[in-house]
Write a protein that binds this ligand. Sequence first.
Ligand SMILES: *Cc1c(COP(=O)(O)O)cnc(C)c1O
Length: 325
Amino acid sequence: MFPTLEDIESAAKRIDGQIFKTPILPSPSLSEVTDSKIFLKLECLQNTGSFKLRGATNAIMCLSEKEKQRGVVCVSTGNHGRGLAFAAQQNGIKAIICMGNLVPENKIKGIEALGAEVRIVGSSQDEAQLEVDRLVLEQGMTMVPPFDHPDIIAGQGTIGLEILSQLDNINTVVVPLSGGGLCGGVALAIKSINPEIKVIGISMERGAGMVESLRAGKPIFVEELSTIADSLGGGIGLDNAYTFELVKKHVDETIMLTEEEIAAGIRHAYFKEQQIIEGSGSVGIGAALSGKLTNSAKTVLIVSGKNIDMTTHHNLMNGIMPDIY
Ligand SMILES: *Cc1c(COP(=O)(O)O)cnc(C)c1O
């Protein structure tokens, strides 16, 4: 079933009490640079450090009793795994997060601390996915995907409703864009309520799966490249069922950033806003600073997450780019 505004409204009621309503704050410094009124929606302050908790919580609460008993499973090394682990723990449901053996120990510990079992299988996402498929087939567990699922999209879309309830007379909402669960959900919410508000998706130049697919007119394979916006990596899936159409229909414009522009966003957040945020969360700020964002009277930038390696962050603050290219 294609997600609708009603699904997002139901999701908001469903997850209320399990997620934080995050603050929206004016940014005088960005407002001055851009000659717009800029506000930051600080989803980096969400529990588990990113908005992914919203979709994961909604997806888990939509399971049948039988599905809840059997538990949930996914492949993730990052924010989706953290969100799903925590949402499952909150609801007393078993979760297994599968990943390859190249994942650093601190990420594994982080997810385990949220109450999930981490299963290391092989050395790649593809091999980890085989284990997920086996758990679904043999143990009847439910796979919860990171973006292309109506319950996930509806959960992420609740940020759109929350923004509209917090601020009046918005002209533009700027959203980090990877698989499109966040951007598609937020755009669906915003456009269904006020089609006058512009929605802009931001990706990195290195491996922008959705942007390249939009240009091609269909979901295409895009090679994954290392980037400081690491939560934006990965394709949209050739069998994409929802987010491609949603983003195509509701998102007005997409912008791509260089690695330097993303790093500038992280630095600005730290030195001017006193916020530690990850690369993927900084792309709205990076876009505003880069001059690539079209001027609008009142703009909300969604800051989507804060889960960055602190040594990398420390180095970036000292002008040192990570050695990942
Ligand atoms: C997952 C993620 C995104 C991108 O969300 P999609 O739904 O895949 O487009 C952006 N920022 C952060 C911090 C994320 O974890």
